[in-house]
Design a protein around this ligand. Structure first.
Ligand code: GLC
Ligand code: CA
Length: 578
């Protein structure tokens, strides 16, 4: 059903109150958290790779934008086989990014500005260069050193078949066999499990030594003053007993619509979402509780449906979980309403805030995704030069509308660096500059995630668009980045940066993050419109193409695009005072 008569104020004010956020005054319940991807945020020394001094130098950008917190992707010592998600030393900074002193300076600078800081913890696997894995390689099968990882004998009479049929999320088998040695038994060299790249061996979370080590790592960073952790692959650490075969294909980002209308990754195999992971988070909850200041744990768990995700944020476990069901929602009003509704309801049931996220370093940026008309913005795993290219104007228009809808929702929202500039992916990167292991492990079938990881443009038209003091950028920037550079948007009415700033200011002033959401009755079954009230703000998003006449007496607070003759055009969101 699509509405044809003009809306009145009475239409907009008749609402059904459904969702009240769980009580609690902790900062993370309604925080807007900005994701910094260190290698691409800002380069301090001119080597073309972003670093911690670069982040420190740009903290004012974040303060001005109006976010509450920063989450930094890994900056730990790492051979960078998976852009730092392969950690060789959990207690040190990679020289590429700086030193522990640079970290402390960045943290102090953020705290001086009232910004909280969350760091990334990667507990499912380490780098193969981690001292533990090197010890395990040197040690004999069955030794204590091997017990820290997932070593197994192979199958078949000569042990030359992998221990089970699991596939790596980056493509290819999830097992790699060691080189032959003299002390190999009858079955020959052992195999080790890696859900990701072969340089990322999975740790054995049944081993108390592994658990103790990570609790100590938590304390190391908590003592330094961090406000929380984003926990990588939080659904993967414990594997089903006996590591049974599984014919499914584990994926990071899938995008299926479940029975309850929620969308997300269909990760139900024996390597994911096992009951045992929850014990780990209960223990970590206790560690964080020893510290002051409401330190928080955020789960990166690609599980569905949302009721499974809610189990990660029960009151004695983590504090937040990324809502990938929202991220994977196609540009469709009915699905959007359902996902928002189910998300709020499910998280309320465990007393946790809902989170909202549209982009991150693993998916195609929403400004590009929403520009792919034919598949409704569902393409997540990278766009290659030979793929159909997104319509940039359509993508940006929808991205702005989606963001304005998101920033009104109660709970906590995540913003990925550069989305406040309306950046698209680089969707035509030449293969020879690609670095994502998923590109190589799938033989190029998946373009991979490099397109969303391109260095940010700070100064339009400057060398490297001002990414750093040299012209170098570790990935080439697309031509469009010059006009979208931060300096071309500061103070410019209608720019994406100013749209974000205005929305964030209103969100804070109106306390949208901690208020009740009520659906606007008159539009609650409309084919194209998503409309709700939060605190004193009425949000109307038009996901269709037919303009929607707004009441003449409603006051426009902010809009993602220009209104035409008092009507809300397609692919546009408005915040009203009705
Ligand atoms: C997470 C990260 C991703 C990484 C993977 C392996 O999904 O977000 O970037 O490749 O884990 O650590
Ligand atoms: Ca650098």
């Amino acid at each position: 059903m699509t509405r044809t008569t003009p809306l009145t104020i009475a239409d907009l004010t008749a609402t059904r109150s459904v969702h009240s956020p769980a009580p609690g005054g902790e900062w993370w319940r309604d925080a807007v958290i900005y994701q910094v991807y260190p290698r691409s945020f800002a380069d301090g020394n001119g080597d073309g790779i972003g670093d911690l001094p670069g982040v420190t130098a740009r903290l004012d950008h974040l303060k001005q934008l109006g976010v509450d917190a920063v989450w930094l992707s890994p900056f730990y010592r790492s051979p960078q086989k998976d852009a730092g998600y392969d950690v060789a030393d959990y207690r040190d900074i990679d020289p590429l990014f700086g030193t522990l002193a640079d970290f402390d300076e960045m943290l102090a600078g953020a705290h001086e500005r009232g910004l909280k800081v969350i760091v990334d913890l990667v507990p499912n696997h380490s780098s193969d260069q981690h001292v533990w894995f090197q010890e395990a390689l040197a040690a004999a099968p069955g030794s204590a050193a091997r017990e820290r990882y997932m070593f197994r004998d192979g199958r078949g009479p000569a042990g030359d078949e992998p221990p089970n049929n699991w596939q790596s999320i980056f493509g290819g088998p999830a097992w790699t066999r060691l080189a032959p040695r003299e002390d190999d038994g009858e079955l020959g060299p052992q195999w080790y499990l890696h859900l990701f790249d072969s340089t990322q061996p999975d740790l054995n979370w049944e081993n108390p030594e592994v658990r103790a080590e990570f609790e100590d790592v938590l304390r190391f960073w908590l003592d330094r003053g961090v406000d929380g952790f984003r926990v990588d692959v939080a659904h993967g650490m414990v594997k089903a007993d006996g590591l049974p075969d599984w014919d499914g294909k584990a994926a990071m980002v899938e995008g299926t619509v479940a029975d309850d209308g929620s969308t997300g990754a269909g990760n139900s195999g024996p390597m994911f979402d096992q009951e045992g992971v929850h014990d780990i988070y209960r223990a970590w909850h206790q560690v964080l509780a020893e510290y002051d200041g409401d330190r928080a744990l955020v789960a990166e768990a690609w599980v569905e449906p949302l009721s499974r995700l809610a189990r990660y944020v029960r009151s004695d476990e983590m504090h937040q979980a990324f809502n990938f069901s929202f991220l994977t929602t196609p540009w469709d009003a009915a699905t959007m309403r359902t996902v928002v509704d189910v998300s709020l309801q499910t998280m309320e049931s465990v007393g946790a805030p809902t989170t909202w996220v549209l982009s991150n370093h693993d998916v195609v940026r929403h400004a590009s995704r929403f520009g792919l008309q034919e598949i409704g913005g569902r393409q997540l795993n990278g766009i290659g030069a030979d793929d159909p290219q997104p319509d940039a104007a359509l993508g940006l228009r929808r991205a702005r509308a989606a963001t304005l809808l998101m920033l009104a929702l109660p709970g906590s929202a995540y913003v990925y660096q550069g989305e406040e500039l309306g950046l698209p992916d680089h969707t035509a990167l030449p293969d020879d500059v690609r670095q994502d292991p998923s590109f190589f492990r799938t033989g190029g079938a998946e373009p991979g995630r490099d397109g969303c990881r391109v260095p940010l443009p700070w100064v339009g038209g400057a060398p490297g668009n001002g990414f750093g003091p040299s012209e170098k950028t570790w990935l080439p920037q697309p031509d469009a980045y010059a006009d979208l550079a931060a300096d071309r948007q500061y103070g410019v009415a209608g720019s994406t940066y100013e749209l974000y700033r205005t929305a964030l200011e209103l969100r804070r002033a109106e306390k949208l993050g901690t208020s009740t959401l009520a659906w606007v009755d008159a539009l609650s079954a409309d084919a194209d419109v998503v409309a709700f009230q939060v605190a004193g703000v009425t949000v109307v998003a038009n996901l269709g193409t037919t303009p929607l006449a707004l009441p003449a007496d409603a006051q426009v607070l902010v809009a993602s695009g220009e209104l035409t003759d008092g009507a809300l055009p397609g692919d546009t969101t408005v915040w009203l005072r009705a």
